[in-house]
Design a protein around this ligand. Structure first.
Ligand SMILES: Nc1nc2c(c(=O)[nH]1)N[C@H]1C(S)=C(S)[C@@H](COP(=O)(O)O)O[C@H]1N2
Ligand SMILES: [Mo]
Length: 341
């Protein structure tokens, strides 16, 4: 079995490449010109041919013109994963076909099969609660003039598998700054779209979740510079199965905190009820910080299966406290993280 090992510099993902250049590059690569093609394009992004093979080989979803323009000027601000050997960017194929998005079903391949029907443009987001002014935004206005940033983050699911994904978005702190929360605001609540006509998982009577899917953060967690509101990944518009057109990414917490397809953001004085916590409070806490020392009642959280893996290359690695993002530790100083799991 081939174990891919790359230099640290290669663990950094793309400069965002305009779609036409991207297509040309793919064609050149298929024609066997790989590296020559990439440098001909003149973007200073020099993929190893193995890495180029991981770049999405499928057309991006329909992208509204405002977002296409914004994506083209994305600033790369890579949070370099700590271990250059194991923290290799997960191939797009895995990131877009092995998903949790219960609105489309509970099997890992349900979202990729069924989320295509979700209409993501136009999209509006209600902002309410303890905020200067409650109002409904078109997605474009919510993102505002902020420049998009690309960040490569580890994603650790509570089910003990993980990936490394290049996201594109804006810091949530930037949006909150513009919204002007009132002094009484202590938490931020988020809700996913509820529309059984588009989301078959919400129509099935066997569903566990009391829709809509809800998540929440303490305000200081929401304001942390690592917390991202995401509109893209792998240099493109977010595939629907990854939570288009707008999702949260909180890289030091278990994946279920990173709520998809957001339609409502509320500034709150009390912690909001959150979906998995309501379902099984002893298994899924409100904080849900990645913590190798606090096991899930039914399985260990000490290790994780890093995708892609196989029978011959199981790729089991140690899980790190806060998923390796030590800079968030001060948010929890003085808290017993066994109690506040
Ligand atoms: N609305 C909604 N958001 C969700 C989920 C979901 O079922 N519904 N699943 C969560 C879980 S458990 C994980 S691990 C991540 C997976 O994100 P990905 O499919 O983009 O990797 O999304 C999270 N966000
Ligand atoms: Mo998850």
């Amino acid at each position: 079995m081939l174990i891919r090992v790359r230099r640290a510099s290669q663990a950094r993902e793309s400069e965002v490449t305009p779609e036409t250049v991207y297509r040309q590059r793919r064609q050149l690569m298929r024609a066997g010109l790989g590296l020559a093609g990439a440098s001909l394009a003149g973007f200073g992004w020099l993929p190893a041919s193995s890495q180029a093979a991981e770049w999405p080989d499928v057309p991006p979803g329909p992208t509204p013109p405002w977002l296409l323009a914004k994506l083209a000027t994305t600033r790369r601000k890579t949070v370099v994963p700590a271990d250059p050997v194991r923290d290799v960017v997960t191939p797009f194929g895995d990131a877009s076909q092995y998903n949790n998005f219960y609105e489309f079903g509970s099997d890992k391949d349900d979202p990729a099969r069924l989320a295509g029907r979700l209409k993501t443009d136009p999209w509006s987001i209600r902002v309410d609660g303890a905020v200067h002014q409650s109002r409904t935004f078109a997605l474009e206005d919510l993102i505002g003039a902020d420049q998009l940033q690309e960040r490569i983050y580890r994603l650790r699911c509570v089910e003990a598998w993980s990936m490394v994904i290049p996201w594109i978005g804006i810091p949530l702190a930037s949006l909150l700054g513009r919204l002007q929360p009132l002094a009484s605001a202590r938490y931020v609540g988020f809700q996913t779209l509820q529309d059984p006509a588009q989301m078959p998982g919400q129509a099935s009577s066997t569903g566990l979740i009391d829709w809509p899917y809800r998540e929440g953060l303490r305000l200081d967690e929401a304001m942390h510079p690592l917390t991202l509101l995401v509109v893209g990944n792998y240099g493109r518009v977010l595939p629907n199965q990854n939570g288009a057109p707008l999702r949260l990414i909180v890289p030091w917490k278990y994946g279920f905190k990173s709520i998809k397809s957001i339609v409502r953001i509320s500034l709150l004085e009390q912690p909001p009820a959150t979906s998995w916590n309501r379902l099984a409070a002893d298994e899924y806490g409100f904080y849900a910080n990645v913590n190798p020392k606090v096991d899930h009642p039914r399985w260990s959280q000490a290790t994780e299966r890093r995708l892609p893996n196989s029978l011959f290359h199981p790729n089991i690695i140690d899980t790190r406290m806060f998923n390796g993002y030590d800079e968030v530790a001060s948010l929890y100083s003085g808290m017993d993280l066994r109690r506040w799991y």
